[in-house]
Design a protein around this ligand. Sequence first.
Ligand code: BGC
Length: 273
Amino acid sequence: MGTSYPRIHAVYQAELMGKRNDRAVSKVLGVDVGGSGIKGGIVDLDLGQLITERHRIETPQPATPKAVARVTKDLVGHFKWDGPVGVAIPSIVRKGIAHSAANIDKSWIGEDAVKRFSKALDRPVRVLNDADAAGIAEFHYGAAAKFAEGVAIMLTFGTGIGSAILVEGELLPNSELGHLEFRGNEAEHWASAKVREQEGLSWKVWAGRVDAYLNYLEFLLSPDVFIIGGGVSRHRELFFPYLETAARIIAAELENRAGVVGAAWFAAQKGGL
Ligand code: BGC
């Protein structure tokens, strides 16, 4: 996959978890770049909620940095927004540089994402991994807030499988559990929401795959809770009954808005925006 292995950066981590909570703004445009759609909305950070509709534009193909930045600019134009912007992308992001590209164009690898978006939008932009964004949004405003004392694993099921690991509220950034090899395949090539659609699997059959994957993660990491996010979290009643782990399984409260909210939250953490 062409990844470099991430280390935890204390400053990045502190920013992610709000220890440098010098929030200068209360409203930020959050953007969540996905394999099929790029979603945006203005987030009120006091409420942890979108105060506009969630606007979606098809992800351009190929989803190169230039093409994605152009769509992000269109989103800013759609909302006539002149404030700060945070962007979540489906890549390992370290110090603003993208280090992987599983469901977007390979040309993202090595791209200075912060520079690319800041230039396109003509303002400072902050960038992080999409599942990390979803995890911190659930931690600050949603389902994970109740599990501040344990180990929580957020998984987003969409085009791929994204992950965020929170240990007593601390994020381990860039965890990439969707790429774990499982049953001879990368987990996300076997159990993502896209695979369910592509292979025409019933919810029950797909849930069986998700259950096997969760049990494997449970064996490896012993979490207290799994938070299931992505578009599928709206259909929890169709597959949750088939999931059985010792860890609790809950649906993301922010559903498919978590990436947008988390991107906005992250952008507001650093002074000077
Ligand atoms: C990417 C992750 C991303 C996930 C969800 C995976 O293919 O490698 O970085 O979080 O998809 O979009």
